[in-house]
Design a protein around this ligand. Structure first.
Ligand code: GLA
Length: 385
């Protein structure tokens, strides 16, 4: 594929002033916890979204996608909730949010290209937002990549773009992962106070791989189901009289659940509280090099997401079961669910068998062949050129 910089020259008529990129992510564990003030443990993917960009002196955003060969023009003065529609919302929304924060952002000529598969639950939207945010920071001298505090502020602007302009009520883990992860480590993210820790995540030495299966089952976070889960958690917290489900003590979970008014709220709460606890346990297991335990926690997380949180789907369940049947220590859906991708912790020698098993299971059901690939923990958003 031609690079973003080459295409930029063709589309916009001159070389870009710079090139920035940001990664997709997989979350190792801690799903649907971020908007509950909980813990999550993502890694950045080696796959990245790249933005070649030049500043403009007016308020026009001209953004070209190498993937779709589309060029969209947006007057920044017209950006707001629901406008523009489509993928341009993720680009224009970031510039809008930065301006809302008082940053001196003007229009830009941008060319984007992505190695992060779209709609696969691997945070292609956050990668796009963060690549564009990094570009705006560089072009307008905002210094938002300088240190982790500045990066967190940029993450917040990207979340606003997604929540307020694109209309997806997502929680912020993905943008934090794209901006704060470090190569070779998972990011332990405390979404109550924004604290982070880097937990070494190098499976190579242990003879293991992390296998991602993009099920190709459709996945969208602004179709209502994701938001419904979020509102249920808020309702449960309100019934329990706490600010968020993070405040529910795992030791008192049964008693808390007994006080909730509906079975739906009881199950949603049980998932969130036990999932936050599983993140703590997974971090301890990783630090102790106990990958068997990490695998067990993956499997328990998947069951909780499937049965209590009800965000899995047949394709994810089949991918998880097939990987486990072929020797994975554990497997789970990753990301928001309702389609998207699953991850499996697999001994390196069994990786081919796991891929064959997942493909065969899909083939037997007449489903489209899934995409399987292994990943390692990559680096955060950065200037490339
Ligand atoms: C999506 C959202 C995140 C998070 C996950 C589920 O990826 O963007 O904020 O809620 O789903 O853990």
């Amino acid at each position: 594929m031609t690079s973003a910089a080459t295409t930029h020259r063709d589309v916009h008529g001159s070389a870009p002033e710079g090139v920035w990129s940001a990664p997709g992510r997989v979350n190792l564990i801690g799903e649907h916890t971020d908007y509950n003030g909980g813990l999550a443990l993502p890694i950045a993917l080696p796959q990245r979204t790249t933005a070649a960009a030049s500043p403009r002196t007016d308020d026009l955003l001209r953004v070209h996608s190498v993937q779709t060969s589309e060029t969209v023009e947006v007057d920044l003065g017209t950006v707001g909730p629901g406008s523009p529609a489509g993928w341009a919302a993720y680009v224009a929304g970031v510039l809008w949010a930065l301006r809302e924060d008082g940053h001196p952002v003007r229009g830009m000529d941008v060319t984007v290209t992505s190695e992060v598969p779209l709609g696969a639950g691997l945070s292609s939207s956050a990668a796009l937002e963060c690549a564009v945010g990094a570009a705006a920071s560089g072009l307008f001298g905002l210094d938002l990549l300088g240190d982790d505090d500045a990066r967190s502020r940029l993450a917040t602007a990207c979340v606003r773009a997604e929540n307020e302009v694109a209309g997806a009520a997502t929680g912020g883990m993905d943008q934090s992962a794209a901006l704060l992860c470090r190569p070779g480590s998972a990011l332990l993210l405390d979404c109550r106070d924004g604290a982070t820790e880097h937990v070494p995540f190098d499976l190579e030495a242990a003879g293991m791989v992390l296998l991602v299966t993009d099920t190709r089952a459709s996945h969208a976070l602004n179709d209502g189901q994701y938001e419904k889960r979020r509102r249920a958690c808020e309702a449960a917290a309100a019934e329990l009289g706490v600010a968020s489900l993070r405040e529910v003590d795992p030791a008192g979970l049964d008693a808390a659940i007994d006080r909730l008014s509906t079975d739906e709220l009881r199950r949603r709460t049980r998932h969130v509280v036990t999932e936050i606890e599983r993140v703590r346990q997974a971090v301890a297991a990783l630090r102790a090099d106990d990958l068997d335990e990490v695998g067990r926690l993956f499997t328990a997380s998947h069951a909780s997401l499937r049965d209590d949180y009800e965000v899995s789907c047949d394709e994810l369940d089949v991918a998880v079961e097939a990987a486990e049947g072929a020797g994975a220590l554990g497997a789970r859906m990753t990301g928001g669910g309702f389609g998207g991708s699953c991850i499996a912790l697999v001994p390196r020698d069994s990786a081919d068998d796991a891929v064959t098993a997942v493909r065969a299971a899909f083939g037997a059901r007449g489903w489209e062949e899934p995409t399987c690939f292994t990943v390692t923990a990559g680096g955060p958003a950065a200037r490339d050129a």
